[in-house]
Ligand binder design. Structure first.
Ligand SMILES: Cc1cc2nc3c(=O)[nH]c(=O)nc-3n(C[C@H](O)[C@H](O)[C@H](O)COP(=O)(O)OP(=O)(O)OC[C@H]3O[C@@H](n4cnc5c(N)ncnc54)[C@H](O)[C@@H]3O)c2cc1C
Length: 401
């Protein structure tokens, strides 16, 4: 062994120690559960754009979707880093947690800002999986990322709000009993700050459907159960207002750090899936009389993808640690999401290239995961908006909007 290769081996051992995966027992249990839902299960659903009911039921029964709910309400009361381990393993297995990841964190708006009565009424049932709170209605067709310009309006009359307007890209709305909905309760021009005058309502979808709420599925390039919503004089009891009227934008922002960190961990899982599959295929596939992986032109991109996924995972761990310690982590959560989504996308591209023509075949699951992981550079927040946050809030450069 040469000095250089010995140095590299030592460094690699140190790196493995530094990046030892957290929550090994959680990871092991989630891996076992996911092994019951292999590629053919996901492929069949993808073809039909169907919802993975059996997979979501299995996660619910095992308690994985309620791990962030405090023990007093029947959850496991664990931190976000434990939830990250769950989602990373789901994605590393080739599955997709997007069908239900919001069941983990959407309840945070209720937990942090709901009344004592609301929490007692809903959280234990959410923890038991009897109530699904996994729809989150913010985005609108005309306002896009500029949330202060949403137009869905809730007008108060007596003990009810009457809601009119529409939302787009509202995922899992057909598979949710409750929805956290952001609407205007005062016109934008009547408020001192443009972010004032928005409120959060907890909408009971079971009562709303057909009584003022219409849900229209939107078929996309991936199996994501996303929809468009139309509100036509939908009545919502005033009791379902979360927190203070007019302060809803802040409540929604409060939940975004958790969402970004958790979705970043899904990207890490995707990235590891692609690196694992690419390395295995490169060792196995033989052309020109030897494995394709002996060519550095094939090796190096896979090694680079591994480096990028590993670096991104450290950023996700850092953001999760800050979050669990109750420290401010907005910039870290954003940067982790951006780095992880870019690392998983690079790994996806490399994995596809490594597989050559077979990467395009459905049965390898590469093309499906390739489509799935692309979403995370757009949702829940697009890369440009993260760069804008870093440029202005972290680096102090002038604002462009
Ligand atoms: C499959 C899917 C599921 C989704 N699920 C949900 C959900 O459950 N609930 C929900 O509320 N929303 C959901 N979304 C919406 C998602 O959060 C938005 O699509 C995303 O935030 C981008 O908003 P937009 O599509 O309106 O893009 P736009 O705001 O129209 O932006 C378009 C492009 O322009 C760029 N851009 C815009 N403004 C600027 C600027 N000032 N400077 C530089 N670049 C800019 C953006 O980065 C983006 O690339 C989902 C979206 C998808 C596709």
């Amino acid at each position: 062994m040469t000095w250089v290769s010995r140095r590299c081996t030592v460094a690699a051992e140190e790196l493995v120690m530094a990046t030892t995966e957290s929550h090994p027992e959680i990871r092991e249990a989630v891996r076992k559960l996911c092994a019951r839902f292999p590629g053919p299960y996901w492929r069949a659903l993808d073809r039909e754009r169907a919802y993975p009911t059996e997979f979501v039921n299995a996660l619910t029964e095992a308690g994985w979707l309620s791990i962030l709910i405090p023990e007093e309400y029947g959850g496991a009361g664990l931190g976000i880093s434990a939830a990250c381990a769950v989602l990373e393993e789901i994605h590393r297995s080739g599955a997709n947690g997007a069908a239900c990841h919001a069941q983990m964190y959407t309840m945070g708006t209720l937990l942090r800002h709901g009344s004592v009565e609301q929490k007692a009424r809903y959280l234990p049932k959410i923890a038991r999986g009897e109530l699904r709170l996994q729809a989150f209605g913010v985005t609108e067709p005309t306002s896009g990322t500029d949330t202060t310009r949403i137009q869905t309006f809730a007008k108060r009359g007596g003990d009810k709000y009457v809601v009119n307007g529409s939302k787009i890209w509202i995922s899992r709305a057909e598979h949710s009993d409750l929805m956290v909905l952001l609407c205007r309760t005062s016109p934008r021009d009547d408020t001192g700050k443009t972010s004032d005058g928005m409120s959060v309502l907890l909408v009971d979808m079971r009562e709303a459907k057909g009584n003022g709420l219409t849900i229209k599925p939107v078929r996309t390039m991936l199996n994501h159960a996303t929809t468009e919503l139309f509100f036509d004089n939908l009545e919502v009891p005033v009791d379902n207002l979360i927190g203070r009227e007019g302060a809803g934008f802040k409540y929604i922002l409060d939940g975004m750090n958790a969402e970004r960190i958790l979705i970043a961990s899904e990207c890490i899982g995707d990235g590891r899936f692609f690196v694992d599959r690419a390395a295995a295929y490169a060792k196995d596939r033989s052309v020109f009389g030897g494995p394709i992986g002996e060519n550095q032109g094939v090796q190096f991109p896979i090694a680079r993808a591994h480096v990028q996924v590993t670096a991104a995972s450290l950023m996700v761990d850092h953001a999760a640690q800050l979050y669990d310690a109750g420290q401010p982590c907005g910039s870290e959560a954003n940067m982790a999401k951006m780095t992880a989504s870019e690392a998983s996308w690079y790994a996806a591209d490399v994995c596809l290239q490594t597989h050559g023509g077979f990467g395009f075949a459905e049965e390898y699951d590469i093309e499906r995961k390739f489509r799935e992981t692309r979403l995370y550079q757009v949702a829940p927040i697009s890369t440009n908006l993260i760069l804008s946050h870093v440029a202005t809030h972290v680096l102090g450069m002038p604002k462009s909007f």
